[in-house]
Write a protein that binds this ligand. Structure first.
Ligand SMILES: O=c1[nH]c(=O)n([C@H]2C[C@H](O)[C@@H](COP(=O)(O)O)O2)cc1CO
Ligand SMILES: [Zn+2]
Length: 167
């Protein structure tokens, strides 16, 4: 008798969101780690990104501070996860792709998402939904016809085992 496929697998949405969440783990931001994963219509990953300082701007020299003069805070320098994902694979056509994000994109990332041709945003958290910049983001994404989908994952947790003798 033929063996059946395992029921232990994760679906595409959970897989790509998990990649976005894993990418977020690379961020050095002590307060909020954000990840993004761009996928085409054939379910192939075209790019990933996380929030971090631009190339050449060392994490040791630039501030991760939230408070104080703008020029002394991270907000002046950090490149958002979504923008990094778009820029990390230059020359790629993202037309009709979807972007998986751990946090709903801000208005600046929304502009880049729309202009790059991405047609769906799939997100985990929109905890800043009431902030004006998030309302502006939603307004632009809706006007541009970008589908907005809050992922309802079947698994709350996925465990990765990286130690050889535990696999
Ligand atoms: O769309 C986004 N993408 C993204 O990468 N971020 C990053 C920028 C900052 O490093 C961090 C937000 O920091 P905080 O929550 O401390 O204000 O998240 C933030 C947003 C939403 O504001
Ligand atoms: Zn942003």
């Amino acid at each position: 008798m033929q063996e059946k496929k395992t029921q232990e697998h994760i679906d595409w949405d959970e897989y790509f969101m998990a990649v976005a969440v894993l990418a977020a783990k690379r961020s050095k931001d002590p307060s909020t780690q954000v990840g993004a994963c761009i996928v085409n219509q054939q379910n192939k990953i075209l790019s990933t990104g996380y929030n971090g300082f631009p190339i050449g701007c060392s994490d040791d020299d630039f501030p991760w501070t939230k408070e104080g003069d703008f020029i002394d805070t991270k907000y002046a320098y950090v490149c958002h996860a979504e923008l990094n994902a778009i820029l990390n694979n230059p020359g790629t056509i993202f037309q009709n792709c979807r972007i998986y994000v751990s946090l709903f994109p801000c208005n600046e990332c929304a502009k880049a998402i729309i202009q790059s041709g991405i047609k769906e945003v799939i997100y985990l958290s929109d905890k800043h939904a009431q902030e004006p910049y998030m309302q502006a983001s939603r307004r632009m994404l809706r006007a541009a016809g970008v589908k907005l989908t809050k992922l309802q994952p079947q698994h709350q947790r996925l465990t990765l085992v990286l130690q050889e003798d535990l696999i």
